[in-house]
Design a protein around this ligand. Sequence first.
Ligand code: KG4
Ligand code: ZN
Length: 341
Amino acid sequence: PDEPLVLGIETSCDETGVGIVRGHTLLADALASSVEQHARFGGVVPEVASRAHLEAIVPTMRRALDEAEVTLADIDAIAVTSGPGLAGALLVGVAAAKGYALAADKPLYGVNHLAAHVAVDTLEHGPLPEPAVAMLVSGGHSSLLLVDDLTNGVTPLGATIDDAAGEAFDKVARLLGLGFPGGPVIDRRAREGDPAAIAFPRGLTAPKDLAAHRFDFSFSGLKTAVARWVEARERDGEPVPVADVSASFQEAVCDVLTAKAIDACRAHGVETLIIGGGVAANSRLRTLAEQKAEKHGIRVRVPRPQLCTDNGAMVAALGSRLVAAGVAPSRLDLPADSSMA
Ligand code: KG4
Ligand code: ZN
């Protein structure tokens, strides 16, 4: 009971999340999503997301406190995602967190969204073995990070040079007419398809690309290749084998992601790979990562899907680590930093 009670607020994209943790224990994880409001646009519309956060933040806060059966007065610290993310969306969370921190006289911690995606794993699997490599794959980011000491931040090793992995899933789903968000549908349809049916390109894996982009990703060429393949089919008046296209596309993404993640672990002598972000919910990614990791004695930790996507619990989890490590709180003029590394 002496462990700090930390509340976390997340509003960097389209999910309004408020989580509450005590130490490594998750007590509440309240979420409101504006995903349905973005569906007809095929992607998150920043202005729509900001307005939705404004409407959702107070009720989501109430739900989290109710769920944890605590009051704001019981909370020891408030953490909030201060970047990276959509500027207007971040501002809503940061302003709310400041308001609550000031009103209830609580320390405020601005945290990095990517580091929070890593920290959430401690709620499921306990303390993080460090150093570790984290691969974060979502609709907004695709990064490989080195984690020496999570309370000190994370070191980027590489990132996508064009589309994020989740964005590729969403765009390919759209051109296959499968709806938004595309990841879960492609994951499902791929189960009836042959991953070797079509040889789609593996971006930035050729020897000439590896020199400058060993730990970077590129998915826009893959997306174009899928589009061309589907167009050619349609031009010939042939039906599009959605399951095979889904499986072959998914295989190309997961193959590159897991190969580079394992390579990063080996290059840095790291034995733990953490995978987070919405795409970490992908069943093929999990299986392939485990298969490849096992060969090199690397352990893979993937939080349950609910914790992989954006939520408040991840912010609370990182806040809890910062409090435990005795890190100084942020100032009340904490800015939202949309391009934070
Ligand atoms: O982390 P997240 O909820 O929000 C962002 O920060 O973007 O990730 C959402 C992304 C979407 O692009 C969605 O299509 C993808 O994660 N996603 C998946 C799966 N579930 C969600 N991608 C592949 N397979 C899945 N099962
Ligand atoms: Zn995220």
